[in-house]
Each structure stands twice: as C-alpha cells, then as structure tokens.
Write a protein that binds this ligand. Structure first.
Ligand code: GDP
Ligand code: IMO
Ligand code: MG
Length: 433
C-alpha cells in the first residue's frame, strides 16, 4: 500500500488537520514530517475543539499510531506538555506516539534568537511565530544541531548544547543587544524531558518501512503551506522547512516510490498570517466579515489572519510543485452569504498580463490581481453531507476552481466538524502498488 501526503496548497491554515482527522479513519499511521510547534492544527469532533502543534492530527483515534519524523524540529518540553494535555482530555498517547531519533531539538536559545532577530529587522520582520523554528533549522544545516538521540546520552547532550549556547549568546549579546541564556539551564530543561521521551524514540524510517511492507496505510501530514515553503514559497517571507510534498520523503525517510497520492488542501478563499506578499488580500469591512465568518485568528499565536480571495495562480503553482492529485476545498461555508465571489485568475505587472506566478519572488509584491466574479449561492451549506446537497452555484464554484487549478476536487469541507466533510468521485487517499 502506498502512502498519501496531505499538504497545504496556500499560505498555511487551510484546514489540513481537519482533513487529516477525516482521512485517519481509513489510515493506520499519521506522520508529521517538517516544521515544529509553529503549526496550529485544529480538529473538531462532536463540538470539542483540539489544537495540535506537534502531535499528529490523527491522534484522536485511539487505535492509530502517530509519528514525528526526522524532518520536524521538536521542542521536547512543548511536545510533552501537549501529550499530557491530551491525556487530561482522555486521549492516551502511551505506546502509540513515536518520535524519530534523528529529529532535531528546539532549545530555549532558538526561541530567544528567533524573537531577537525579528525585533532587529523592524519593518522587514518575517512575522514568525516566535517558536525558534528558523534558528533551529540554521543549527541543523550548520551541523551544530542536537538530535533527539543526543538527549538520551547526557554527556554528549551537555557538550553539544554548550556549543549551541555559546554561539547563540555571541549573537544575542553582540549582535542583538539581548540577554544571554545560561547553558546550564538549557541543559537541565532538556535533560528533564529525557526519561519521558525515551520510550517514544524510534528509527522512524525503519518503523514506516516495516509497517508499509505489512500493508499499513500511512498518511504524511504537512504543516504550513506551499507558499511558505523554504524553496517554493514567497522567500524570504517563508518558514524554514520544505512544507511541500517532497519534504515528506526527506522528513519521514519514505522514498518517493512509496508515495501514491498527494492531496492539496485549499480554502475556498485564502488567508495569510505573518508578513509577505499576498496579492489577493482584501481590506476594510469585507475583510472583517470574512475574518469573522471564518474565525480567522491564528491557532498558535492568536494573530488575526489576513484574508483574501482564492488565487488560481498560487493554486496552479501548488499543483505543480507538489504534484497534486486532488484538491480538498475547505471552508466553503464561509462564503455562504456573499452575492458574488471574486477569484483571481491573472496578475498584471507593469502593464503585462501574467497567468503564472512571476519569476522573481519580489514581483509578487507589485502585481495587481485580475478577478473573475462568480455568482454566490446565498444559502447555508453547513448541513450538506453530499455534493448533491450543495446549491448549484456552489458546485459551479468548485468546478471552476478545479478547472482553473487543473486538478479535480476530491473533498469539500463545509464546517469545522468531522461530519461536515463531503467526498467526490475523484477522491482517493490510498492506492496499491
Ligand atoms: P491547519 O493549520 O491547516 O490545520 O488549519 P487551522 O486549524 O490552523 O485553521 C483552520 C480553521 O478552520 C480551524 O479553526 C478549523 O476548525 C476551521 N475549519 C476547518 N475546515 C472548516 C470548514 O470547512 N468550515 C469552517 N467554517 N471552518 C473550518
Ligand atoms: P499551519 O501548519 C500559517 C508563518 C508565520 C510567518 C512564517 C515564518 O498551522 O498551517 P516561522 O515561525 O515558521 O519561522 O514563521 O510562516 N507560519 C504559518 N502560517 N500556518 C502555519 O502553520 C504557520 N507556520 C508558520 O506566520 O509568516
Ligand atoms: Mg494552522
């Protein structure tokens, strides 16, 4: 059985966790493969809301295995707090949540560096989540990082943390004029998590290989979104990992031949949190309305999300760089009250018409979106349980998005709850070899 990858096709917060939770019913294992606690993944079942930052979004099914791959940067304290909070809600992770020995750790110095760097950039700040993601990946790529396996070897951990803190303090004090961090405190905080983490540590590539050979269904859960990808996003206003589908191979240790299906999640409109280009952004009272209807406030930082219209050029870019097989369109219900819905089908740049994303990332700041206006449906879709329950104009809207993006719609979401999910004849998650 081949694995399926679920990725964000826009700027993050597309409703990935909701779709992962829905698909997990027919999966055996759910794997996070990149990012860290910058993710805020919301699942609602029977009216109860859960927000996950590191634990894979399939965890609510008591019989499923959840795995954190080597590509994730793991804050061990935040992770264990999340596992404990789940236990308080009656969700037992013991014996079924595993962590790669190769995942890199986020230490308190990384968060300190993240925040200091943001402050120093002033008006050019990225608008990060402040969780230390960028600096942790810098140390990983700089071959200075600390892996989960290092935490299980006290002396090695102490040595490697010492080196990281020494370098971090040089930057904090001399470059940013910030307070230094005490190495002993960082070591102690890390070691305090070791005993609880030890039984969860695995060779994840080996675990997944064995399970897939035994016919198990693996779902790879992306965090962030295509436009936040380090290589394919709106650099430098991106996160520091490959959130696109290729990142799943490197970040979980699953070879590309083992992946059979890639599902891209996109809202029926668009949002972005943090700074950087967002051509279809809307402002004023209409933006406020969409934000209120969609509850568009960050699940990690609580920041209001910037709201905009569906961007066909961004969607086509996502189809290309992820090799999407199908789209899951979420939050269709948020558009229920609109008379007409603008969809961006082109950009104008210096008088020239563009139908694909511009060559230079910074041109995205300057483009003027060109809209087609599709008729709204002005009726509630939240009760729909099959495609046939949707008003004709809503079905037409979905058909047009699929046609423009060049990929069929397989899943439609009309509300936050697990029940409020429709599938079409184009949907398939797992395919056989
Ligand atoms: P993720 O990061 O991609 O998993 O998405 P987030 O959890 O950050 O943000 C999506 C938000 O939209 C969450 O509050 C979800 O509960 C909510 N949501 C997901 N799908 C739908 C939907 O179809 N309709 C509505 N109204 N809300 C949805
Ligand atoms: P999920 O998985 C939306 C954004 C931040 C900032 C940029 C870099 O819930 O979709 P970072 O802290 O990663 O260095 O910040 O990326 N960002 C997200 N935006 N959803 C997310 O995750 C995000 N994770 C990071 O706002 O613009
Ligand atoms: Mg989110």
């Amino acid at each position: 059985m081949k694995a399926a990858v679920v990725v964000g096709a826009q700027w993050g917060d597309e409703g990935k966790a909701k779709v992962i939770d829905f698909l997990t019913e027919h999966a055996d294992i759910v794997v996070r493969y990149q990012g860290g606690a910058n993710a805020g993944h919301t699942v609602v079942t029977d009216g109860q809301k859960h927000v996950f930052h590191l634990v894979p979004s399939g965890v609510l099914y008591a019989d499923k295995i959840c795995v954190i791959g080597n590509g994730v940067v793991l804050d061990p304290t935040a992770f264990l707090a999340e596992v404990r909070e789940l236990a308080q809600r009656g969700v037992d992770a013991a014996g079924r949540v595993f962590v790669s020995s190769r995942a890199h750790l986020i230490l308190p110095v990384h968060a300190a560096l993240d925040r200091a760097a943001e402050v120093s950039m002033g008006g050019r700040a990225i608008g990060t989540t402040g969780r230390g993601i960028g600096p942790a990946y810098v140390d990983k790529a700089g071959r200075l990082g600390v892996q989960v396996a290092d935490l299980l070897d006290r002396e090695r951990f102490r040595r490697r943390v010492g080196r990281i803190v020494e370098r971090a303090n040089a930057l904090l004090v001399n470059l940013y004029g910030a307070e230094p961090v005490a190495a002993e405190e960082v070591v102690a905080a890390g070691l305090a998590t070791a005993d609880e983490l030890r039984p969860m540590v695995r060779d994840v590539a080996l675990l997944l290989d064995r399970e897939m050979r035994a016919g198990k269904r693996v779902l790879l859960e992306g965090a962030q979104g295509t436009m936040l990808d380090l290589d394919h996003g709106t650099y430098p206003f991106v996160t520091s990992s490959n959130s696109t589908a290729g990142g799943a191979c490197a970040g979980a240790g699953v070879g590309p031949t083992r992946i059979g299906r890639v599902i891209g999640i996109a809202k029926a409109y668009a949002t972005r949190v943090g700074n950087g280009p967002f051509p279809t952004q809307i402002d004023g009272p209409l933006a406020e309305k969409v934000r209120t209807w969609g509850g568009e406030f960050g699940a990690t930082t609580g920041r209001p999300r910037r709201c905009g219209w569906f961007d066909v050029l961004a969607a086509r870019h996502a189809v290309r760089v992820n090799g999407l097989d199908e789209l899951a369109v979420t939050k269709l219900d948020v558009l229920d009250e609109l008379d007409e819905i603008p969809v961006c089908t082109g950009y104008r740049l210096n008088g020239e018409l563009l139908t694909e994303t511009p060559l230079r990332g910074r041109d995205l700041e300057a483009v003027e979106p060109i809209y087609e206006h599709l008729p709204g449906w002005r009726s509630r879709t939240t009760g729909a349980r099959s495609l046939h329950d949707l008003p004709a104009a809503a079905r037409e809207y979905l058909d047009r998005l699929a046609e423009w993006a060049g990929v069929p719609v397989g899943i439609v979401s009309v509300g936050p709850d697990r029940q409020q999910t429709l599938t079409t004849s184009n949907h398939r998650a797992f395919v056989t070899d």
